[in-house]
Write a protein that binds this ligand. Structure first.
Ligand SMILES: [Zn+2]
Length: 341
């Protein structure tokens, strides 16, 4: 890679990091005057929570006991972006960077993909499906070790990455509509629509089932999401053209912050056009998370989780999580302050 190319890819990476951070933290669009809202967090937490109810009897008692951990820590990977440089690339894959036929071209296995493109290139354009597999394997080992800390942490975080893979705009270079003059669409789709609609969604997705190849399923999530990119963007462009521009946005008070966001009417019209696509992807996420947890448990030899029932998470895990939280709050406040200056 030439030094100019390297500089460009670093700039792109850093810029994307900040955009994704602010989106996931709920700066829906524009004026992040003070603190952010947690609507992006809300979706992840709801998805992890509902996934617990897909589990079979041998697992559900354990997961229900720890449902607050599984829910609250659904968002740890997004928070960790502030303390771990390599975290950002785990949340997306710009599959359209590679080729129009990318799904045929990009090897599904990490080692083959590294051979073909180099690790640097893969990390520049995102490693989401491979990271899902890696986290899945960590969960299998956690079950084998019968480690309560690891089972809970990897379950919660695997849920996060699987949910990200179900968001169409996590699979494209045009992740915030910046290439098609639709800036803000990322937060519109994954935060604003669930914020207004998710209470009415049907979360009954059936029982988790065994899947024979987690990496192939991770790629299927990305493939299905990417197929939806066109409709996500096209319908918004059509609506934007036909909707009164002075009614597209509203200003809302969130705590001490004044936020410019998409109006309810705009959300309703778009939601009709995409025929419940956000709800469908959310339901798929819930089901796939259940399937991955269940498959990891089966493939680890079905350990008896009731043995772990009496334990609580360790102080050392609590302190790791607290450190990440502290760094997240520190950087969040700095970032927000930066906007105010
Ligand atoms: Zn994420």
């Amino acid at each position: 890679m030439t030094s100019l190319k390297l500089m460009m890819s670093i700039r792109k990476y850093v810029k994307r990091f900040f955009i994704l951070c602010s989106l996931c933290l709920g700066f829906i669009v524009v004026i992040p005057k003070k603190t952010a809202n947690a609507w992006g967090f809300y979706g992840h937490q709801r998805i992890n929570r509902m996934a617990v109810f897909t589990l079979p009897p041998e697992m559900i008692t354990f997961y229900k006991k720890h449902i607050e951990f599984i829910t609250n820590h659904a968002v740890d990977p997004d928070k960790r972006r502030y303390s771990l440089e390599e975290e950002a690339a785990r949340h997306y894959i710009d599959i359209d960077h590679y080729d129009p036929q990318a799904f045929r071209e990009v090897p599904i296995f990490w080692s083959k993909a590294v051979e073909k493109y180099t690790e640097d290139t893969l990390k520049t354009y995102g490693i989401l499906p491979w990271h899902i597999e890696k986290h899945y394997n960590s969960l299998v080992n956690a079950f084998k070790d019968e480690s309560l800390d690891k089972i809970l942490r990897y379950s919660a975080e695997l849920g996060h990455y699987i949910a990200d893979a179900h968001v169409p705009l996590h699979t494209t270079e045009n992740y915030n509509g910046q290439l098609t003059n639709q800036r803000g669409i990322h937060g519109f789709w994954e935060s604003r629509i669930p914020e207004l609609k998710a209470e009415d969604y049907d979360y009954f997705v059936g029982r988790a089932s065994y899947i024979d190849s987690p990496i192939k399923f991770a790629w299927k999530m990305v493939y299905d999401s990417h197929l939806a990119v066109d409709s996500v963007l096209t319908f918004e462009a059509i609506l934007n053209k036909n909707f009164p521009s002075d009614q597209k946005y509203v200003y809302e008070n969130r705590g001490n912050a004044l936020i410019k966001t998409y109006s309810e009417e705009y959300v309703n019209r778009y939601n009709l056009m995409i025929k419940g696509q956000v709800e469908r992807r959310m339901r798929e996420s819930i089901h796939m998370i259940g399937c991955m947890w269940y498959t990891a448990w089966i493939n680890s030899g079905k350990p008896d989780l009731n043995h772990l029932g009496a334990q609580e998470i360790s102080d050392s895990l609590k302190s790791v999580i607290q450190k990440e939280e502290d760094l997240y709050l520190l950087h969040k406040n700095k970032h927000v302050k930066g906007h105010e200056d």
